[in-house]
Design a protein around this ligand. Sequence first.
Ligand SMILES: C[S@@+](CC[C@H](N)C(=O)[O-])C[C@H]1O[C@@H](n2cnc3c(N)ncnc32)[C@H](O)[C@@H]1O
Length: 369
Amino acid sequence: MSPKETDILRQLAAAGLKPPRSVTLAVTNQCNLSCQHCWPLSGPDQKASVVPRQQVLDVMGGFAALGATKIVLTGGEPLTHPDWVELLTFACDLPGVIEVRLQTNAILISPAEVAALLTLKDRGLIIQTSLEGASPPAHDRVRGEGSFAQTLQGLRLLAESGLAPQICITFTEMQHNFEELPVLLALTAKMGIGQFVSGTLVRGGRAMQSLGLLPPTPEQYERLLARYRRDEAFRERYRRIGNVAALEWREETAEGANICCDFIETPYVTAEGRLYPCVMLHADDYAAEGVYARPLTTAIAEKIAAWSRLTQINRSRRTSMDACQGCPDYGRCRAGCIGRAFSAYGDFFAVEDRCRLRKAVYGWRAEEA
Ligand SMILES: C[S@@+](CC[C@H](N)C(=O)[O-])C[C@H]1O[C@@H](n2cnc3c(N)ncnc32)[C@H](O)[C@@H]1O
């Protein structure tokens, strides 16, 4: 017999773990693109795992019963899933769920998709679409020839239908596209889009082999900060719709470090049914398998002890990393993200790849003061 939700919540609390809050589910690893940076290794030529409809519904219901308030449907490309409308609608109707995010490249958006999405407009839906630049060369270099134009076409259809406030543009910061960030923010604002979020390239999956794709340099971050200081229109747009890590770090206080890493608040389930305790930490030894094919509470119960150990590892990462000893900025980042460190170097105790970028931002901020 599978454990009850109340038992699982009790066991999680007893192990020092937090219950799931924001859940990311890959519903397929089939994709109409084969992006150079793809962390989950999706694409048209992958052996596709399309998760059967009922299994996705069961897992979403299971997470909601454990108190999750946000569900993210991803892939692969979720719009290739034959039942994507039903999956989204079910998620929006789940008790306690206040936000349902569809991560899509928007290429398959036609008037029929727009009509389906409009029915969910005021029911917590956010459509999250990536643009890897403000121009075809920057975007297409990552996502393939012609993809910028196709994605913009999908976004225009959504925006014209009145869904612009429900769209979130995401931008993966890389050396080749970083200078386009202000122009992309302006384009996003001009379309009436509700949110613009950027984050640094994670060096995992295909991004490890794509040698030309690298995270931005400190000098590029410095130029962005200078732009933010001198360009009022950029600042105004940013304050209205933007969230860029480097600009947010600028505001961090030594006491107010943004520590997001509490397992299992932000779990991630792959299309193969592997449940990681955090969307950023893809460590197979700490994953529950077969989650789509058995009761969620059984899979979670099996891994509580392992996730509790992982929490200890993360605590000791925060307190005992050699590179952090004596660092004046330690209070702000507390050794950064264990998931990013593990993805890039396969080591829980590796220095996080954004360490020198953060230091540069904190240094410039000190100069500004
Ligand atoms: C894997 S995609 C799947 C959903 C959808 N097909 C799409 O293109 O948005 C989900 C998000 O992960 C981001 N992503 C993939 N690989 C990444 C990496 N190595 N670093 C940072 N973000 C990455 C994508 O840019 C996209 O915003």
